[in-house]
Design a protein around this ligand. Structure first.
Ligand code: GLN
Length: 203
């Protein structure tokens, strides 16, 4: 299995480290031709306007759209924005996922926070880094890190909600083989989201 990490801007290196740890050889993607050999692609966090602009300059927008119609893509934070249909502003978007996002929804002052999420879908995978104790929940809460994160305001069409904050706000969604998370699983030791994505790649 070959998984690419879009390496135009943002924290692509952190995703590559986790992929390696769970036994997948990551490919840093900067050119359209590199998509051809891949089974799936991760679009990292960073700055969605910059990622979009560079994708445009590198002739990647249409190839990425084509890739996403057939193969799995996971966008984290800025990557989730880039996957969306609507971010309320003029900026290059792939428009692959039927979600509407609000950028920097948690404001600039309190730009970062961490919280535990209940993610029922993660019951399908285990965290390789964590040795389960007897009597422990089989699907423990997922500790999520939010950095100038977007909210997923609307999940429409074939897209479905995967996780919400306690106040009901949506922070993860899935549409078939497409996955969007507002937060940064590449910054934690819990690799369940990466494993969950591999399942989508193989589905
Ligand atoms: N605030 C960034 C944006 O709007 C996303 C931040 C991130 O990816 N950590 O693109």
């Amino acid at each position: 299995m070959k998984i690419g990490v879009l390496a135009l801007q943002g924290d692509f290196a952190e995703h590559a480290v986790i992929l390696q740890r769970i036994g997948v050889e990551p490919v840093e993607v900067r050119l359209p031709a590199q998509l051809e050999e891949l089974d799936g692609l991760i679009i990292p966090g960073g700055e969605s306007t910059t990622i979009g602009k560079l994708a445009n300059d590198f002739g990647l927008i249409e190839p990425l759209r084509q890739f996403g119609t057939r193969k799995a893509i996971w966008g984290t934070c800025a990557g989730a924005i880039f996957l969306s249909k609507d971010a309320h502003r003029q900026q290059p978007l792939l428009g692959l996922m039927d979600i509407q996002v609000e950028r920097n929804a948690f404001g600039r002052q309190v730009a970062s926070f961490e919280t535990d999420l209940d993610v029922p879908a993660l019951a399908e995978v285990t965290n390789s880094h964590h040795h389960q104790q007897e009597g422990e929940q089989s699907n423990p809460p997922y500790h999520a890190i939010f950095i100038r994160a977007p909210l997923i305001e609307k999940v429409q069409g074939n897209a479905q909600v995967l996780a919400r904050l306690e106040n009901g706000q949506i922070v993860a969604a899935q549409q078939g083989h497409l996955l969007a998370t507002s937060f940064h699983p590449e910054l934690t030791q819990d690799d369940r989201f990466h494993r969950y994505f591999l399942k989508l790649v193989q589905a």
